[in-house]
Design a protein around this ligand. Sequence first.
Ligand code: PEP
Ligand code: MN
Length: 339
Amino acid sequence: MIIQIAKDISKKDKDQLIEKLNHIQYKGNEVHTQFGNYMIAVGKKEFDIRAVGTLPGVIDIHRVSDNYKLVSKKWKVNDTVIDLGDGVTIGADDIALMAGPCSIESEEQIESTILHLKEIGIKIMRGGVYKPRSSPYSFRGLGMDGLRLWHEAAKRHSIKIITEVMMVEQIDEMLPYVDIFQVGARNSQNFNLLDALGKIDKPILLKRGISGTIEELLQGAEYIFSNGNEKIMLCERGIRSYETAYRNTFDINSIAILKEKSHLPVIADPSHGVGIRQYVEPVALASILAGADGVIAEVHTVPEKAFSDGQQTLDYGQSKNLFNKLRMTWELKKEMDRM
Ligand code: PEP
Ligand code: MN
């Protein structure tokens, strides 16, 4: 049960609400976010919802029986729109597009990528400075030096930065340079990290775990929200399956299901989702038709020379082509939604 409470609820009214919840054997958890105050009440007993809904200081009350609550569409019917400033929004009327290399490699690569993104009208650049790699001997990122370099160039060109944070300890240092924090597949259920990201006021893109279920992804998002941060995007990036013809199985089903179950924007990552360059485009286009709010894709000047994930990375020509087609697909989807 989600009880929306007034920001200025008096102590007396709050005590009365808690007492009422105790009486019906519900445990209340208070949540304060950038946008509202809530009491998340968990219990089993059937009761008349009006007995709580009419208490002073209560704005609204919703029964949500799922394990995840605040990220559910059952109480918030309108889709969440995330405002990054400077006219860049996610989850609104326009398709959200993000592109860039798997890893930030050098100043030249940053400049070249930014020029490409500007040419094709993309305002959010992706890139890893802390890289989770299967082998400890692979390139693991330029760290804070790379991020500072990148931020300096991005700011000059009014480009937003999305990058992965791997540890709680990295958050504070990264904070001034990052517009969206990415939580990678390997950290999708790192609950300490999710708790900490819930306490900051920066958008989070939460990727689905390599073997994570849709419900686990939503519960991960609930960790962030219940700590106070409502600015969350869900990201389908493929899951591990028995299939060996490609890197991961992009779960197109999850896009439609997440859009139905949650009010949060859903972003598709076809690069990791399929893991082979030539299939990135068809998977990306399909994700828009399935209802994704946007796409994040890996692009590089010379993909064959990329420090990581070159095999799934598009060159600039392929990237231009893909994003053109994505915009066309977006218009087609909107037209179909109106039918
Ligand atoms: C990435 O975005 O480069 C990345 C490592 O993603 P994932 O966590 O989905 O593997
Ligand atoms: Mn990658």
